[in-house]
Design a binder for this molecule. Structure first.
Ligand code: PLP
Length: 402
């Protein structure tokens, strides 16, 4: 007998399972709108030209070695990441009260932040996540031992922000709750608050003494402008909040598999920042010891070299504008076909995803009859669309909703 016999079989991960089904499908016109990974107009993964250049420079350096990195990661990466999200002119940076640690991409940044809060935040505090949200938020914070509750976020009939519902949820949560906020390009809805709406959210967060934990997986990828995509985080810093930001460089550098991320922390003063940093290092030491070097070297080089940085901004605009074009194409095709329903939300939503409003049975028809793969909640990864398949997808949606 084996004690493993008592181990229950866990269900497969929905997204990774969807990719496996897509790969096993032999239909020539199959379309993958599941995983949030950028594809070019030929449907292929895109290695950013600026990343290729950075790799060339790294690999031609005869002194490149494979030594351990510091526990908190590569210092120039941490500095570059903080400047990217907070802005070069950030008062918090000038006051030396920003710190952080390099992590296993955005997931690791969420995980490290959750582990830290589980040890040091007020015992019994609730974590609030948006309804809906990235599925891993619940996994990570429940895993860290928190009670996780949801706040209202999107109005299901209009697919726009339910601000009143959100404020009511934040208001009725226990004082000092931890609130997970998507910095930009909300996953899965593609619905972000406006600046005026963020101000109202900040007012309630302040009144209720909630702790803001921003998840920032799409900076620059959403609007094509890294500063605009950082607006909400910078606003909260200006308003005097201490906060966490989980930064991922998977999407905006196309470095998905290299697992480069940073947990950036803004504290009220330099002493507090130092205390936090020491504990982040202790947590990292016992979980990953020290973070991986390759992706971090690339990101760090690009963020600190003005010429490469400018090229990166250009590469970002290439990705975000292709996605925006696909939003227009899909909406226009559906309107042209006279598909029942309204489709303007596809062009109003931003970032990698569109929350289409398609129902689970309709999603199933698309998968079973048309070989088009997306998650059951009707979330479509817009990067999976291209000029060769958008008409096919529109026709399939048209037939599925009639
Ligand atoms: N947070 C959100 C909201 C995401 O959508 C993702 C990726 O899909 C991540 C975090 C983290 O991704 P990664 O760990 O690949 O950086």
């Amino acid at each position: 007998d084996s004690f493993f016999a008592t181990v229950p079989l866990a269900p497969p991960d929905v997204i990774f399972n969807l990719t496996a089904s897509y790969k096993a499908d032999t239909f020539a016109k199959k379309v993958n709108l599941g995983v949030g990974a950028y594809r070019d107009d030929q449907g292929r993964p895109w290695v950013l030209p600026v990343v290729q250049e950075a790799k060339r420079r790294l690999l031609s350096d005869p002194n490149l070695d494979h030594e351990y990195q510091p526990i908190a990661g590569i210092p120039t990466l941490l500095a570059g990441a903080a400047k990217l999200i907070l802005g070069a002119d950030s008062v918090a940076l000038q006051e030396n009260r920003v710190t952080g640690a390099q992590t296993i991409s955005g997931t690791g940044a969420n995980y490290l932040g959750a582990s830290f809060l589980a040890r040091f935040y007020r015992p019994g505090a609730q974590v609030l996540i948006s309804r809906p949200t990235w599925a891993n938020h619940r996994n990570i914070f429940v895993g860290a031992g928190f009670e996780v509750q949801e706040y209202a976020y999107v109005n299901p009939s209009t697919l726009t922000l339910d601000l009143d519902g959100m404020l009511a949820s934040l208001n009725s949560a226990p004082e000092g709750s931890i609130v997970i906020l998507h910095a930009c390009a909300h996953n899965p809805t593609g619905v972000d608050p406006t600046e005026a709406e963020w101000a109202r959210i900040a007012d309630v967060m302040r009144a209720k003494r909630h702790f803001p934990f921003f998840d920032c997986a799409y900076q620059g990828f959403a609007t094509g402008d890294v500063d605009q995509d950082a607006w909400a985080v910078r606003f909260f810093v200006q308003r005097g909040f201490e906060l966490f930001v989980a930064q991922s460089f998977a999407k905006n550098f196309g470095l998905y598999g290299e697992r480069c991320g940073v947990l950036t922390v803004v504290a009220h003063n330099a002493t507090l920042a130092k205390q936090v940093r020491s504990q982040l290092e202790k947590l990292s030491r016992s979980s990953i010891s020290n973070p991986p070097a390759f992706g971090a070297r690339i990101v760090s080089m690009v963020l600190s070299d003005p010429k490469l940085y400018a090229e990166w901004l250009d590469n970002l605009r290439t990705m975000s504008s292709r996605i925006r074009e696909m939003r227009e194409c899909l909406r226009d095709e559906l309107v042209r076909l006279g598909t029942p329903g309204t489709w303007d939300h596809i062009v109003h939503q931003i970032g990698m995803f569109s929350f289409t409003g398609l129902t689970t049975p309709q999603v199933k028809v698309l998968r079973d009859s048309y070989h088009i793969y997306m998650t059951d909640n009707g979330r479509m990864s817009m990067a999976g669309l291209n000029s060769g398949n958008v008409a096919y997808v529109a026709r399939a949606i048209d037939e599925a909703v009639r």
